[in-house]
Design a protein. Sequence first.
Length: 300
Amino acid sequence: MTPGEATQREVASQPDCWRRAGAVAAEHATVLPPAGARVAVVGCGTSFHVAQSHAAAREAAGRGETDAFPASEFPTGRPYDAVVAISRSGTTTEVLRLLERLDDRRRTVAVVADPDSPAAALAAAVVALPFADEASVVQTRFATTVLALLRAHLGEDVAPLAAQADEALAAPLPARVEAFRHFVFLGTGAAAGLAGEAALKLREAAGAWCEAYPAMEYRHGPLSAAGPETLVWMLGAGGPYADAVAALPGEIEATGATVVVGARDPLAELVLVQRAAIALALARGLDPDAPRHLSRSVVL
Ligand code: F1P
């Protein structure tokens, strides 16, 4: 197997996985929290960014108050109606400890790749996506398939989204992506969590210097670190400050930085970022299938 081959294969399978996720959402319509429920979504690493993105999307869709926490920072005193725990492996220690600690197990739902994992055993209900499981340490298709599933649960037809992912697999990468030293990802709403996930991909796969912010936060200090070696990639630009977000590229380019404005749905744009992460890793002589210092799941 050549360097990055396993990750590349998983990245390429995302459109099919997303289509399948639509059917899984329909089968689990009563397992996932109903409209109006006060929900907390938890995870670690990539799964935490998935939680952030879904929390913003669910609340924006009017389905009820939704918060996201790293599993290690969950405020156990709060009376949530349901806690959705996301974990590809189902073995991450902080997720398991939280599921053990929650005194009312009836309110917990585990979204996992492995239905036989400890997280699945601890939760009151399980949504399993075994077809989206991965050999790679660096998560790509499990994370995005969970988001496609949850978007389908919010009522979206994910078929057009999968078509956009197909297009993102064939699209050219930003010019000279390997030439940059500093990468910044910006997003609004559900795309703010995706910006965090995009930055994590380049960090994990390529050891890159990356930052991520809700778009409107970028003027509040981080802009100061931008310069000719910076690529700023905007994943989503809607929301109440859409005009001010639309003005950001010009302001950022004035620093000498290069700006890429995502041309597709932010979840499909993330597919392009994953491809860029692989390309950057290979250009730096790294193997994206074997990221430095990481294991597939953190078991303490
Ligand atoms: C979460 C996670 C991954 C990360 C690394 C360690 O795993 O933090 O996001 O890339 O491999 O584990 P999981 O709980 O979703 O299995």
